[in-house]
Ligand binder design. Structure first.
Ligand code: ADP
Ligand code: TRP
Length: 367
């Protein structure tokens, strides 16, 4: 029946355009979608379980990951617990961070039916691939890693694991043949190093073992690099974070940490120079945000003070994550369900990683 077919065609087109517009902000997704007509895309990413997820992790990584699951294709997300070991020294804390990260993803909407979701250390093939990659990687490449240099500059005494971190990350990625790696802007260089390692290995052994993936970075700078309470990039290592599920007095305390100055409310101020607006713009609808900005710019007796702005921010953070906080409690009260999801994810992930590991072993003559 030609009329029905046309109708279905229109509906499919409309549905596809909704998806594309939702994800338009993420660089490359449109082209990813285009190419998905030929072969399906595979999205893969990981987050270190080195602390509780903060607003930067949410906007820069977790939210895009959860949104991407709506796209046709394969989806792989994991908890990078081996990476966390480069800095973690407290077993109980590490265990708790792994659980909290798994729960955060699930509570915020990651669908384990659509996404293969696992814990990195449950797929040991990745560490085997990391070794093979490290044997074709020059010291110079690793020495140029920004995140390594930053940590050393902060006074961290580097261990070998921290230095070879990019080789393990490259293995995490290459073990699953992904086409796209959605990450925050700070991880772009690591994905580029992954591309280099894939090329080096393939060239060294004259075989197409690893597929070069593309980084997928949020193109809205405010989301790709969320600022912390001190105005630097929000990061667990800078102690300037706001935990995603923070609430009540503790949330108030965290928001109060956002740096302000002593200018009075009446004094007209450029909102660009007010750190609080970097937070408000993540949460408020555009129209409301413009209203607050105009009043601050104008100054005078009706202008809101920093206290007003903080109160509004707290209210909106509470509201945005209310449902997530409730679902977090449900998952925390059902640890067996979380374990079941991770175990099943690891089984699926291992199947894939074994095939790639075998390809690599064969290419270099170990089998
Ligand atoms: P941290 O810097 O707090 O240790 P991670 O390195 O564990 O954060 O990052 C986990 C994910 O969250 C990565 O994809 C990273 O790019 C993203 N991310 C981390 N901090 C931010 C931020 N401030 N803004 C946007 N994305 C971020
Ligand atoms: N390095 C990433 C971070 O700090 C975590 C990570 C480990 C990762 N392996 C990965 C991200 C593979 C993407 C793909 O968040």
């Amino acid at each position: 029946m030609p009329v029905d077919c046309q109708h279905i065609g229109v509906r499919i087109k409309a549905w596809a355009s909704v998806l594309v517009s939702v994800l338009k902000r993420i660089e490359g997704v449109e082209s990813a979608y285009q190419s998905s007509r030929v072969t399906l895309n595979t999205y893969l990413s990981g987050i270190q379980s080195s602390g509780l997820s903060h607003l930067g992790n949410w906007f820069g990584a977790m939210r895009p990951h959860i949104q991407l699951q709506e796209l046709e294709g394969e989806h792989f997300y994991f908890i990078a617990d081996y990476h966390a070991l480069t800095t973690s020294r407290d077993p109980a804390v590490l265990k708790n961070n792994v659980r909290e990260l798994a729960v955060a993803y699930l509570a915020m909407g990651l669908d384990p039916e659509r996404v293969t979701f696992w814990r990195q250390s449950d797929v040991p093939q990745v560490t085997e691939i990391a070794w093979m990659l490290s044997c074709v990687t020059g010291m110079g490449l690793l020495e140029r890693a920004h995140s390594f240099k930053d940590k050393v500059a902060q006074g961290v005494k580097p261990n070998v694991g921290l230095f070879t971190y990019p080789a393990l990350m490259a293995a995490d990625i290459l073990a699953f043949d992904p086409t796209h790696v959605p990450v925050g802007a700070d991880q772009k260089q690591h994905v580029e190093m992954t591309q280099d390692m894939a090329t080096s290995f393939n060239a060294a052994f004259g075989a197409e073992v690893f597929q070069r993936p593309e980084p997928l970075i949020e193109s809205d700078e405010r989301l790709a690099k969320v600022v912390g309470t001190d105005g630097q990039k929000m990061s667990k290592s800078y102690g300037n974070t706001i935990w995603l599920f923070e609430t009540g007095k503790k949330l108030k305390k965290a928001v109060n940490q956002i740096t302000t100055d002593s200018r009075p409310p009446e004094e007209p101020k450029d909102p660009k120079g007010v750190l609080l607006f970097r937070f408000l713009e993540l949460f408020l609808p555009a129209e409301e945000l413009e209203g607050w900005e105009a009043r601050v710019l104008e100054g005078g007796v009706d202008a809101p003070g920093y206290g007003h702005l903080k109160a509004r921010l707290i209210e909106q953070i509470e509201e945005t994550f209310r449902e997530g906080r409730e679902r977090r409690m449900e998952f925390l009260n059902d640890p067996a369900e979380v374990d079941r999801i991770l175990v099943r994810g690891a089984e699926r992930a291992r199947e894939r990683a074994i095939a790639v590991r075998d390809r690599a072993l064969k290419a270099c003559g170990l089998r």
